[in-house]
Design a protein around this ligand. Sequence first.
Ligand SMILES: Nc1ncnc2c1ncn2[C@@H]1O[C@H](COP(=O)(O)OP(=O)(O)O)[C@@H](O)[C@H]1O
Ligand SMILES: [Mg+2]
Length: 276
Amino acid sequence: MHNNPVRVIAVTSGKGGVGKTNVSVNLSVGLALRGSRVLLMDADLGLGNVDVLLGLRSHMNLSHVLAGEASLDDILLEGPEGIGILPAASGIKHMAELSSAENTGLIHAFAALKRPVDIMVVDTAAGIADSVVRFSQAASDVIVVVCDEPASITDAYAMIKVLSRDHGVQRFQVVANMVRDTGEGRRLFEKLNAAAGRFLDVTLIHLGSVPFDDYLRRSIQRQKTVIQAFSGSRSSRAFLEIADQVSRWPAPKGVAGHLQFFIERLVQSEPDLEVL
Ligand SMILES: Nc1ncnc2c1ncn2[C@@H]1O[C@H](COP(=O)(O)OP(=O)(O)O)[C@@H](O)[C@H]1O
Ligand SMILES: [Mg+2]
């Protein structure tokens, strides 16, 4: 059992297709390059799954762990720069309906994880599904990815509203993605921050902006992260800056920093979802 403090970062957005998975993957690689031991949990059932994005093939996922057929270490995939990939997807779908025996099994599975972890990044699903809310409220930090489209801003706001009003999450790190320039990133953040400041009791932090970058698309075609494929590109540099910021965050305090407590919070929380 590991007792080292682990930072768990949930990456959310509300709307799909705004860059959650790319932020998750590149942040993970950037943090690994800065010396952290990173676990990336793929909790997104969307099309651009982490394994597809990285050209990995997974045969087992969290559902096999829940069924007692595999350990977490068994299902981990080796990603770039030594990051471990935890294919959770189809196991997560049933998270809301886990029996108490399965909940206990999950806690034990994480407690038994042999691989040392400093930071776990969770790429969550689109929408305000039960699993997304659970991951976000159990995490030490929540990153909200937003781009300059009305639907993205509305959905990011809705996500922040539900998490703050019903689930005690008060601090959000905002990444503006696909921006034309840093000015646009800042304006996008200010727009979201103004709306949140008016109606919600939250603190929004502008973690960074990632430019719209054709090199990112080309790296996706090559099934590599843009940091590996085009390290000098604008999006790569932006992701590395964000990883630098995250590396400088103070360590999470107390029980929040232990992976098994994260999992306990995850399975024991009861998000009674209100439809927006
Ligand atoms: N910074 C960016 N520059 C250019 N295209 C981007 C950028 N970020 C995301 N994309 C495009 O958006 C698509 C969706 O990104 P993805 O990370 O899969 O979103 P999500 O996980 O939120 O659904 C990518 O396949 C890519 O084509
Ligand atoms: Mg995704």
